[in-house]
Design a protein around this ligand. Structure first.
Ligand code: C2O
Length: 591
């Protein structure tokens, strides 16, 4: 299905049910010149960590499924269909073993008020009326009032009620700041930064919406979403900025209450003004368009990379959707440290705009799924069978599985059809770029030499890094491109001390080994929300930032170039990187 049809077409609902167990097949024969790229975890050895804890690694899959034992995995392969390692789905944590979570120095109690609950399996109901989510900026005054009434009712519940506003907000902290270990392990439960990001948040919003509906006695109640991918939606929706409303949050960046949202925002950037406003909106849409097209055959680029039970959480196995979403957190939250409410995971869901933001994040997944013709993003058992636990609208603790969340329709909600102004924007984006290049025509005279990245770890803090990088194969045919994506790897990204950071990655063509001042095309960004927890120093592993560049290279007419110049532009905070390279990545059989 083409992107331009997304706005108008509904699709047959897909289920992963077809064959969820079809996996763990052996590594596929490689497309010529391409390879599967693995990233390794080192948990497979008995390992003494800094605190003297020994991580035991029992490798019986059934134990892990039952939550009885730890597990290990030597190597996980992105895309995971050719996985050669052991794996297991995430199991629900032992609710009685909740400990204080932390954000760096701050200790926080994010334990849910149901340590001994009887957990039942979630049953999605196929017969309920559909809840149709609408863009926040298009809600009628009556709909805004209804939403406010529901939020007020939630805020009026007793603080220890699992439905109460703060308890609901705390769930976000529970799952991301180390309140629980994964069952039977010393490994933190963390649902950000991997392929769990989208399904977990889908369920989180799902129950929040149903509880709100219940509180106002309306089983068709649907939450609004912040439609930040359309020009009218590229600012904070009005309903959240009315100081008298219960939807208001006084901690937000005052500078942004009526500013235009810039996807390239890094803390303290000035707001776009005058003619910049249109340029920024246009650039935002170009970025969304690219995000979809670049990842079309390679879901891990969009969704995030695999994470299996017992594996330490990589610092950044996030997909492009999550990286983009991080930026909005930073843009809404306070612009200086300490970052809190929207600016920090443990507090993010205290601001009601969080749920509007995530409504659109979830809608992006829905659009992506339809763009791909409704195919499940991963057929991997370890993804489909992974479980989370939530408090439902009947005051019951339920265990949900990723496989029951693959489409909104399965969960009886949907997104009202909207025009997608970015779907056919590619050509326009190219034109704008070309005009910019022409006006900088004299730059060609200012060529400078550029060398390889080398083997040293380098700091991304004050200076721009430029490196020439070899490509595995040039001038690929259409078919070859359908078989494998070209992926740019920024290796070993690390951010000291769980701080906030951002850098942007640009790609251009060298001119006989030299490079012009123009950075080229934005391939993607690394955006990190500040985040620390008690075990972070030994459970987070460096991983690569992976950016699809197949389409980008067509756009900049670099298909025949043997090398590319990659430019890393530090935007905020400090990071280190260990290398840059380009690989070809095989797609699944049916992708
Ligand atoms: Cu759970 Cu927007 O983060």
């Amino acid at each position: 299905m083409s992107l331009s049809h997304l706005a108008t077409t509904t699709k047959p609902s897909a289920t992963a049910g077809d064959n969820p167990l079809r996996r763990l097949k052996s590594v596929q024969p490689r497309v010529h010149g391409s390879k599967r790229v693995s990233y390794s975890y080192t948990t497979c050895q008995q390992k003494q960590n800094k605190d003297g804890l020994t991580e035991d690694h029992v490798v019986d899959r059934r134990n892990v499924l039952l939550g009885l034992g730890g597990m290990c995995s030597a190597t996980a392969t992105m895309g995971s269909q050719g996985m050669s390692a052991l794996g297991a789905p995430l199991a629900v944590p032992d609710l009685s073993k909740c400990h204080l979570a932390s954000d760096g120095e701050t200790k926080i109690n994010c334990c849910p008020p149901y340590p001994t609950a009887n957990i039942i399996d979630f049953q999605p109901s196929g017969h309920e009326p559909m809840r149709v989510r609408k863009p926040a900026h298009l809600l009628t005054p009556f709909e805004v009032e209804r939403f406010e009434a529901a939020i007020t009712a939630m805020k009026n519940l007793k603080p220890d009620d699992p439905w109460s506003y703060m308890q609901q907000a705390t769930i976000h902290c529970t799952y991301c700041n180390g309140a629980f270990d994964q069952a039977g392990t010393k490994t933190l439960l963390q649902i950000h930064g991997s392929w769990f990001f989208l399904p977990w948040h889908r369920y989180y919003l799902y129950f929040w919406e149903r509880i709100l509906g219940k509180l106002i006695n309306d089983d068709t109640f649907a939450i609004p979403y912040w439609n930040w991918d359309t020009p009218q939606g590229m600012k904070m929706p009005k309903m959240y900025t009315n100081e008298k409303s219960t939807l208001y949050d006084g901690t937000r960046d005052k500078n942004h209450l009526s500013a235009v949202l810039d996807y390239k925002y890094a803390y303290n950037d000035p707001n776009p003004v005058g003619p910049e406003v249109d340029q920024v909106m246009m650039a935002n849409m170009c970025q969304i368009d690219r995000m979809f097209k670049e990842s079309k055959h390679h879901p891990a680029l969009f969704m995030g990379k695999p994470l299996r039970a017992g594996q330490p959480v990589p610092t950044n196995a996030s997909g492009s959707c999550e990286n983009l979403h991080n930026m909005m957190h930073q843009w809404v939250g306070p612009p200086v440290s300490p970052y809190y409410n929207m600016g920090n995971f443990y507090t993010a869901a205290r601001d009601t705009i969080f749920f509007g933001h995530h409504g659109n994040v979830d809608r992006m997944w829905d659009l992506y799924n339809k763009f791909r013709g409704g195919k499940p993003e991963f057929k991997d058992h370890d993804w489909l069978e992974s479980e989370f636990v939530f408090y439902d609208e009947n005051r019951q603790v339920v265990k949900v599985k990723v496989k029951d969340s693959l489409t909104p329709e399965q969960l009886r909600f949907s997104y009202q059809t909207q025009k997608l102004p970015w779907t056919d924007i590619g050509r326009k984006c190219k034109k704008v770029k070309a005009a910019k290049k022409r006006s900088a025509g004299g730059d060609v005279l200012k060529l400078s030499p550029v060398s390889e990245f080398g083997s040293q770890t380098r700091n991304v803090d004050t200076e721009i890094i430029r490196a020439i990088v070899k490509r595995p194969k040039i001038s690929r045919t259409k078919n070859q491109k359908e078989d494998a994506s070209e992926v740019l790897f920024i290796r070993g990204v690390d951010v000291p001390g769980g701080a906030a950071a951002r850098f942007d990655v640009y790609v251009t063509k060298p001119i006989e080994g030299f490079v012009a001042p123009d950075l080229g095309e934005l391939a993607g960004s690394f955006v990190k929300i500040p985040h620390g927890h008690h075990l972070s120093h030994h459970t987070e592993h460096k991983a690569s930032l992976e950016l699809g560049i197949t389409r980008l290279l067509e756009d900049i007419e670099a298909e025949d170039s043997e090398t590319l110049v990659v430019t890393i532009v530090p935007r905020h905070g400090k990071a280190t990187i260990e290398g840059i390279d380009i690989e070809l990545f095989d797609h699944d059989d049916d992708d």
